[in-house]
Design a protein around this ligand. Structure first.
Ligand code: SF4
Ligand code: SF4
Ligand code: SF4
Length: 319
């Protein structure tokens, strides 16, 4: 019998599912080697199909996306019960990701923006989603939308993490191969190299030993040198604080790393580490001058905690 595998998405954009599809012909090897029992983006399995399965009968559940609704929480618990191994796929599942930025607000704030204030919204009656609605004698229910977005391991026990927004198809293929060969590492591991991106960046030789940045710039403000370290050019590249394993794909595209692979194992708070790496690159020892240099960085909280707010020391804004 082939091992049963499930893919599921929670609060996600679909990019992690795209990474699975991007396995291209490699997907055929995966399909040949495993029995896919759940994959809502591609196959029409129902929740009742999964509920009917014996507990522990799924070899591995690959879950992407953060947890922000009661439905996603229910699915996470269901798949935890049914699967021997749960793998959090992508920055949203691992750290809360982009949906986790909603923790700078709350349910009421998000609904106010989305259903009332956004320029494209026409909602004169101020209708917002409710968990139950009666119409013509029928009652429909909707999932509850939580105040706080959580990473997957803040809701269920998670065995492994595949980082990235989205992860590379290669990391996914490596994880499936290790699973099939029974060669997964110690529980809790992040399935990517445990070193900073700068270590395998193609521009690392142009990064000075001691950076001295007197002004941070936005990418549209300068003509970016395609060979030189981006941080040395005054651009906000978060490679020094970010785990490697993506193949430096943003750098290859002449764009700064925004930190989607999260921290290495030696870092407790990604945003704090990124801020400290950037602040130490400022060309001054004077606190006021450093503050003036850093003031050029737009939305610092959103920049440094872009993918990791829910798992940070802050977790959320206190409102
Ligand atoms: S990690 Fe990135 S690609 Fe994956 S679901 Fe989240 S936002 Fe989309
Ligand atoms: S700071 Fe960015 S561009 Fe410079 S070496 Fe590190 S990852 Fe590469
Ligand atoms: S360069 Fe940074 S932001 Fe881009 S994919 Fe790699 S880790 Fe993610």
């Amino acid at each position: 019998m082939k091992p049963k595998v499930a893919f599921y998405w929670c609060a996600a954009c679909g990019g992690c599912e795209e990474a699975v599809v991007d396995l291209a012909e490699g997907i055929l090897d995966v399909v040949a080697a495993v029995d896919i029992v759940l994959w809502p983006v591609a196959l029409d399995f129902k929740k009742t199909d999964v509920e009917a399965m014996e507990d522990g009968s799924i070899a591995a559940a690959f879950i992407n996306g953060a947890i922000r609704t009661s439905e996603q929480e229910e699915w996470a618990h269901l798949l935890r019960r049914k699967a021997q191994v749960v793998i959090a796929v992508g920055a949203c599942a691992q750290m809360g990701g982009i949906p986790g930025l909603a923790n700078f607000s709350n349910r009421a704030g998000v609904f106010q923006t989305v259903y009332q204030d956004s320029p494209s919204t026409v909602n004169a009656e101020g209708v917002i989603p409710e968990t139950t609605h009666k119409e013509n004698g029928f009652t429909v229910t909707l999932p509850r939308f939580f105040d706080t977005v959580k990473a997957l391991h803040q809701v269920i026990d998670v065995d492994y993490f595949i980082p990235g927004c989205p992860p590379t198809p290669q990391l996914l293929a490596d994880a499936v191969t290790a699973l099939l060969a029974g060669k997964l590492p110690e529980k809790g591991a992040v399935l990517a190299p445990d070193q900073a991106l700068c270590m395998d960046c193609p521009r690392k030789d142009t990064k000075p030993e001691k950076l001295a940045i007197s002004e941070f710039k936005r990418p549209h403000e300068i003509l970016i040198d395609q060979e030189k370290c981006l941080l040395a050019q005054g651009l906000l590249c978060l490679g020094p604080a970010t785990r490697s394993g993506c193949g430096s794909r943003c750098i290859e595209g002449n764009m700064c790393c925004t930190g989607c692979f999260g921290p290495t194992s030696r870092v407790r708070d990604y945003g704090g580490k990124a801020l400290s790496a950037i602040a130490s690159a400022a060309d001054s020892n004077d606190e006021d001058q450093i503050i003036r240099i850093l003031a050029k960085i737009p939305d610092p909280a959103g920049t440094f905690y872009r993918y990791s707010l829910p798992v940070s020391e802050l977790q959320r804004k206190r409102l």
